[in-house]
Ligand binder design. Sequence first.
Ligand SMILES: [Fe+2]
Ligand SMILES: [Fe+2]
Length: 145
Amino acid sequence: MAQDAIALLETDHHRVEELFREYKSAGDPEAKLNLAQVICMELTLHTMVEEEIFYPAFAQATGDQQMLEHALKEHQEVKDLIAKVPHSENIDGTIEAIKTHVLHHVEEERRGMFAKARASGMELATLAGRMQTRRAEVFETIQEA
Ligand SMILES: [Fe+2]
Ligand SMILES: [Fe+2]
């Protein structure tokens, strides 16, 4: 069976969690810089798909504007940190701060938004298709740039 929208987002979450572990165990600065870039790209793609497709569908299905706004505020905090990465003098510290924010946010999505989304009867299979298409589209644009 194809993955539904929540399973797709959780696959992203696990991928990023794994990247944070790789970053921590990486020794050489070039490998770390590379991983930092991959982490930022993965997070950017993920938050974009959530904000463009999953979050609006969640808000429409549940009417929970407060949960939506809280999640968007946490996304903004991560975006502000990501923007610092290219000229950060303490990249380990910046990645560590991103990790702390992201792990907290992911946990809230799991317990809060995703649980509520499942209970709401949202069209999770249809959403998954739209999310995959959009992600591939944006990924291609990034590769071409
Ligand atoms: Fe999120
Ligand atoms: Fe997420």
